[in-house]
Ligand binder design. Sequence first.
Ligand SMILES: [Zn+2]
Length: 361
Amino acid sequence: MGQILELDKPIDWHTHLRWDERTKIVLPHSARVFSAVEVMPNAKDPDTGKMVVDSKTVAKYKKYLQSVLAETMGSDYEFEFIMSLYLTDKTDIQDLKSGYRDGLFKAVKMYPLGATTGSDAGISEVKNVAHVLEVMSELGIPLLIHPEMSPSKEMNILESESIFVNSTLSWIRKNFSNLKIVVEHVTTKESLKFVLENSNTWGTITPQHLLFNHNAIFEGGLQPDMYCLPLLKQIEHQKYLNDNLFKAIVLDKLALGTDTAPHMSKDKYKPCGCAGVFSAPVALEAYYQAFKNNLGNDNELIKVAMQRFAHILLPVYGINLEDLPKRDISLLKSSWQVPKEYEGITPMFAGQTLEVKALNE
Ligand SMILES: [Zn+2]
């Protein structure tokens, strides 16, 4: 097995770890290859049914994740959960201030109401949370945004992100010029352009939006495992993302964020199936493929680009690399077959043979 490249402490800046029986199935896949993950707050507290909308719930969720980590990876396994708070129309300013001061969370996530899985506590109108954005701007708390409109029968779903960028996102940028904004999982030309052209603005990008376009959802029949939100987009958007990937990394604008979003396969393969791609088991392999598609066979260059891609948001969050657990991940030339499922959850590339494998040394 020849080594292709080695990465030091990669971080996934967008991860769904759930808060139920799925957590112990999916968490080890992220913990194996990343030193830290940004945990999305659209997980439901099983006791209260609430999303992670206040600092008390953030603390409880983190404790739960730490217990699952200890159970699945061993009690001395070091791995960092970077927590975020779910922004709602009712976010309490005092709770936001004290939770952030106490280090319970490092960022706040905004979901427009109904835009994706677990967004039913999302905000109905951005102006309702202007006072929260003001405080976040003062304190330097990054705002993570799911950049799509709330659904509407009159709107083309493929244009939801572009419309959001030109309306809500532009409004936020104009009114809060010092607010740190991370545009999550960019899928369109408009989003990436926005990230590149605006100060205090960064983006994350998933492996599937680099490697695929919306044809993949319909290839040879309906493919529920390729259904995620935001949807895979048209070929011209995919091309723009790839053409500008390297530039966006050189400019410190675009970060690794898998948006790994596991659902039990039975909840995807049914009428009204769930949205989300479970990419964690193959995330680094998939990104490597995307980088290779764009940068060719120059593994030295790919290594530098991927390493930077994995660390770009550290200064935005105010996190020191030295404080993160050590993790050296080797990408090796090695043929392996991706399992068809992990305990009832179908991963990206299920059943396919990959030529590269990420190994935790
Ligand atoms: Zn997500």
